[in-house]
Design a protein around this ligand. Structure first.
Ligand code: HPA
Length: 235
């Protein structure tokens, strides 16, 4: 069976999919965590893998960048491939001084500047929220690690443009960080009857000066976020 962006049979996907943004990271994660990973879809450079973790089936597939990209993959996975849970494992830029580079954010809610969720329910400002049981499982798996923070984030369409005054207002509302996918994913999950969570490693900080993480550091620190994501996947 083929949808416009995925070519696989419905049973090829596990009920839970771990979803990094970068297709190369999906390849590395699949090698790192899955026993006997099999490529089940490979369309437009986005490979999907299914294997097992401690005997339980799990899939890993990249989302690409931005809310339009994650939204189309998430819609097809929930609607046509029997997927119940999608856990985004990505990076975010820090906004609140409460988070530092290398911290992990469990994003319980995602504000957005995008129109994608505004269009869902007429005249309603949609609340894009994570699946509570999965968020609770990720937080429990952190075992009180002070580097794991729980709160809201901002999902933006722009990576470079920042509206004047936006950072100050976001910080004042304790928005922990900014990335480009979670609000799209949470909106699709709500519409499709699926569950979703984003677990984000803080790779750079927009407010607190300092050295941003190198790609090697990102790769190492990713394992902490991945552990929380696995706890959510099997909760
Ligand atoms: N903006 C958007 N997405 C990001 C950022 C950022 O500053 N850092 C990591 N992902």
């Amino acid at each position: 069976m083929a949808t416009p962006h995925i070519s696989a049979e419905p049973g090829d996907f596990a009920p839970a999919v771990i979803m990094p943004g970068d297709p190369y990271r999906a390849d590395r994660m699949a090698k790192l965590v899955l026993r006997e990973p099999k490529v089940i879809s490979d369309v437009r450079g986005i490979r999907a893998y299914t294997g097992t973790v401690d005997g339980k089936r799990l899939s890993i597939m990249a989302s690409g960048m931005g809310m339009p990209s994650i939204s189309l993959y998430a819609t097809e996975l929930y609607r046509f491939f029997g997927v119940e849970r999608i856990i985004r494992v990505g990076t975010a830029g820090g906004i609140s001084p409460e988070v530092a580079r290398g911290d992990v954010i469990v994003a319980v809610g995602a504000h957005t500047t995008s129109s994608m969720n505004e269009l869902r329910i007429p005249s309603v400002h949609f609340s894009a929220v994570a699946d509570f049981p999965m968020a609770a499982a990720a937080v429990a798996a952190a075992l009180g690690d002070p580097l794991v923070k729980t709160g809201t984030i901002l999902s933006e369409d722009h990576f470079y443009f920042k509206a004047p005054g936006a950072m100050e207002a976001l910080e004042a509302h304790r928005v922990l960080g900014v990335e480009m996918e979670a609000a799209g994913l949470y909106g699709v999950a709500a519409a499709e009857g699926g569950a979703a969570l984003a677990v984000l490693t803080v790779s750079d900080h927009l407010v607190v000066p300092g050295r941003d993480m190198t790609s090697e550091e990102r790769e190492t620190l990713f394992t902490r976020a991945l552990d929380l994501a696995l706890a959510a996947a099997f909760a």
